[in-house]
Design a protein around this ligand. Structure first.
Ligand code: HEM
Length: 272
């Protein structure tokens, strides 16, 4: 009896490792983002539905509910609650099965995702600039740049879809997902850092310590860089580059898993 084995070459091994690294990272991120959605609904959703707006401040916030500031409270509520919708829609867009089998759903969730993401950026910029909600100037600048990148990338993803340039659209949509996830990455990055270092090394209360500065800008610049590495390695027939990218993405998945554990156990869980 003879058995035929599929031929395994270094090139196919590197390509498979890269694909699985991407899948591993996505599964960890999907779990962590589902936890973020669950926290937003269980914390802000429940308190808002009860009409107990002052209870938004049951967890540490810079402003949250401010007595007498109706406009600010309204924008804060819309921003915090819609964060659950944008996170859910972003995840749905990335599931390949849904994209293939439900193209109409993909188009509608895609349009809603881009519209809500733009609202998140504009309302976030309003909260920071008009309401004056920020901890330090450096953290405010970092999140303002994040907001501007969301608007720019969402515009480019939308334009390439309208022009039916689908490969370009896929690339800009993935970049948009990364910058829209910046706020989630920041929380995961902060908790991952605290866990890995067993303490808030290089961090200050107003988020202006050296580790804070790296994390506030890194919350979107690092994921964007890794995404570009993933794209370049997927495109090129370079075994070394594929193997390197696979190792980096696996490491990122491990760090993300530590950060997700930290956010659920210490940042969100205790307030539910
Ligand atoms: C699209 C991605 C975004 C998501 C998913 C998101 C999510 C959230 C959530 C859940 C909160 C409630 C606070 C908390 O529990 O942590 C919040 C607050 C806030 N967000 Fe966003 N946000 C996004 C984008 C932005 C942007 C781009 C900016 C600024 C340019 C911004 C500025 C703020 C501010 C100033 C607060 C109030 C924080 C406080 O009072 O402590 N957000 N955001």
């Amino acid at each position: 009896m003879s058995t035929t084995y599929p031929s395994v070459t270094a090139s196919s091994l590197a390509a498979t490792a890269l694909r699985w690294a991407g899948v591993a990272w996505f599964l960890v991120a999907a779990f962590g983002q589902a936890a973020f959605i669950w926290f937003i609904l269980a914390f802000y959703g429940v308190r808002t539905a009860r009409g107990d707006f002052a209870a938004w401040n049951d967890k540490p916030l810079i402003d949250g509910y401010v007595a007498g500031d109706d406009a600010g409270n309204f924008v804060f509520a819309a921003h915090a609650l819609l964060a659950s919708a944008v996170t859910l829609m972003g995840l749905m867009q990335l599931v390949p099965g849904l994209r293939r089998t439900r193209p109409v759903l993909h188009r509608w969730t895609g349009r809603s995702f881009l519209a809500i993401a733009s609202f998140m950026a504009l309302s976030g910029i309003w909260l920071a600039v008009v309401r004056g909600t920020y901890l330090s100037v450096v953290s405010a600048v970092a999140i303002l740049v994040n907001g501007l990148l969301i608007l720019l990338f969402a515009g480019l993803a939308w334009r390439s879809a309208v022009q039916r340039r689908f490969e370009r659209h896929r690339i800009w949509a993935m970049r948009t997902f990364m910058v829209v996830s910046g706020v989630w990455f920041l929380r995961v990055g902060l908790m991952g850092w605290v866990l890995v270092n067993q303490g808030p090394v290089g961090m200050t209360d107003d988020m202006s310590g050296p580790a804070d500065v790296v994390l506030v800008f890194g919350s979107y610049l690092i994921p964007l860089t890794l995404l570009e590495l993933y794209f370049a390695a997927s495109r090129r027939e370079n075994i070394g580059l594929k193997a390197f990218a696979a190792a980096v993405v696996f490491l990122a998945a491990a760090y993300t898993a530590a950060g997700v554990f930290g956010t659920v156990a210490f940042m969100w869980g205790p307030y539910l």
